[in-house]
Every structure is written in structure tokens, then in C-alpha cells.
Write a protein that binds this ligand. Sequence first.
Ligand code: KG4
Ligand code: ZN
Length: 386
Amino acid sequence: MPHDLPAAFARWTTRASDNEIAKGPNFTIPVKILGIETSCDETAAAVVEDGVTILSSVVASQIAHAKYGGVVPELASREHLRAIVPVVRLALEQAHANLDDLAAVAVTEGPGLVGSLLVGITYAKSLCFARNLPLIAVNHIEGHIHAVVLEAGASIEYPALALVVSGGHTHLFEISEVEVREGFAYRLLGKTRDDAAGEAYDKVAKLLGFGYPGGPIIDELAPHGDPHAVKFTLARMKGNTLDFSFSGLKTAVLRWVERHDLSAEIEGRRRLQGASAQDFLPVTPQPTLDLLASFQYTVIEELLRRAAVSIEEIGARSLIISGGVASNAGLRAASRAAGLACPVFFPTPALSTDNAAMIAAAAFPKLRAGHFSDFSLRAQANLALA
Ligand code: KG4
Ligand code: ZN
């Protein structure tokens, strides 16, 4: 909720003219924002200058979940509690900044796991209270979109289509510029009705005895298999045809596994807890590699088919693909080979998965527009972007 600019923030602004005042604060010196991200199983902090220059980006991934084959919410909040102080300290150190250098603190408000979000939000509020800094709430999905905007900046033309594909989301948004200084307006075009794309990767990987997260392992193994070996049916959606569904594909993989006796190889892989894709390769027979390649081929088909239709529908001039699944090499290659009607932008792999640089970057237009939160900010597990 907007409130009077705190003294620390006022230092960063000069009111140049009435016109500038109408547009929002005008900065004369670089603005450093500390971003904090704790929505799932990564404790992350970053310092970003002027919304475009990453001075530091620290991500502590919680490995404690690997043996459960998925994120355990209770464990995640405890790990965030343990990591938040050293992670923020390291982010400031690496940026050669201290709290007095900051113009604001940005934090993920949702969507995500409530217990995890709460750790970041409470820590951000405490910092803001102690240092009289403004607090900026950021939607995690908007953060993923800004991971691309942060890097590609002016090359992106609007309206743009954003495909956000992660462990929690598979969403298509139309993005239009509201006003260059104020950021974007979003319109939801379609989303998954059941599993997210990354979740489907993780579940298939778990079923087959690979580690968690499954996406990177399947991505690395898929090129060793034949993507046309197993024919999976593409989901046909009633109602909004731009919605996604991955539960049918997941069930089809399960049925295939039941029809083929894989128990010995699955057991073998389960014993290799925490192994890399290269370690899994010798204990993964060709039919299973073919299954993985076919699964990945189908996921990519589902994603790019709807993206292509959406591009036509909204006349998109750019396609942004972001979120953990955007680091998938197969998706990157296929999107470039698909002959889409507009250029495609991906974040570098380090910014595809959860990080805090994207949160600090997404906060910059909000800072310029004076969109601050007060201390009543709460974690919102199901926060929508549009
Ligand atoms: O964005 P992210 O770090 O967290 C969420 O917001 O969910 O995404 C994590 C998800 C996991 O499901 C993981 O398996 C998937 O992204 N992922 C991948 C790849 N790297 C991460 N999926 C496919 N291919 C990859 N290379
Ligand atoms: Zn994410």
C-alpha cells in the first residue's frame, strides 16, 4: 500500500519538475534494491542496481528434499530460517554494499509455500523496520518474467507473450507496457488445470527412480533417446484451448512403466541417490531413454503449440519463456526451430530457476511508481498475477 516515502528512500530521489513528479520519483544516483526470495526450496538474496545490473545473486538450494523426491514444506521453512541471514549477508558482501546503500528491500509475497514465504517476508519487514527502508512486494511469477526483462531489456517488443513454466506454474500471459516507467499490465491467456510442467518432470523422474529435481536429469538424458519411440496423445482442452494439462501424460508414462517390467532398473537408480545424469546413463536402458525423450518431446509440443496460437491471437512481437523449465535445452532448441512469428527470449540458465535478482529487478518499476507495501504484508500462497 503506498505511504509517505521513508526518509531513506527520499535520499534517492530528486523532484526535477512537475512533470517528473507526476510520473514518479526521478533518480539521479544508482538505485540498489535488495531482493529476497523464499517461495519454495531456494533461499535467495540479490542486489540489483537500477533494475538492470546484478551486483550479486546468491542462491542456497535446499538439498534436504532430494531423498523425498519433492519439496517437504515443513523442512523448507526450517531450512529457510537457517539460511536467510547468511544468504542476505553474502549477497550484500558480494555487491560491496551495506544496508545504508539500499534504496529498498523487495520480497516475494506469493505464490508459494506459506511457511517458506513467511520467512522471507518477516526478514524483509524486520530489515525495513530497523533501517527505515521501503518494502516492495513482488509476485513470484512477475519475478520470473523480469528475469528475462532484466537481461534482454530494450530488445523485447510489446505486446509480448510470456510462457512461465516452472515447478509450480505453467501460465501464458499477454504483457503490455502500461507506461515505460510504471511496468507492465498482464492478461492471463491460459494455465495448467492440473500439474505444472516442472511438476510433471519431477513426478516422472521420481517414478523412474531418478533424483529430485527431475527436470535437469531428464533434460540431459533425453538426447540419448528417440523422441518418436513412444507416441503420447496431446491434451485436447475443452473450454479455453490455451489451458494446459499434464496429468494425462503423467498417467500415460505410468501405464507404460507398468506394461514394461522396470522394477530392477528403477531400484538400481534409487540406490544412486543424488547422482548426476551422467551417472544414471549406464543404468538406464535404451527403451527407458526413449521413454524420457518421448515424454520431453510431448511436453515441449504442448508448450510450443499453445505459445504459437497465443502469439497469433494477441499479435505478440516477442515471446518470453521463463521459470525453471526454461532452462531445458530441448525447449530452447525447439522454440528456435519452431518458426514462431516473433523472436524468443530466455533468461540465462542461472536466472531461469528461482533466484532473487529477478525479484529485485521486478521491484524497480514499482519503486519508480512509488508502489510500496506496509508492514501488514502477508504471505499469499495462491497470489495471482492476473
Ligand atoms: O522456477 P523454479 O526454480 O521453481 C518454481 O517456481 O517452481 O522451477 C523448478 C522446476 C522443477 O520442477 C525442475 O524440475 C524444473 O523447474 N527444471 C527443469 C529443468 N531445470 C529445472 N525442467 C526441465 N528441464 C530442465 N533443464
Ligand atoms: Zn519459480
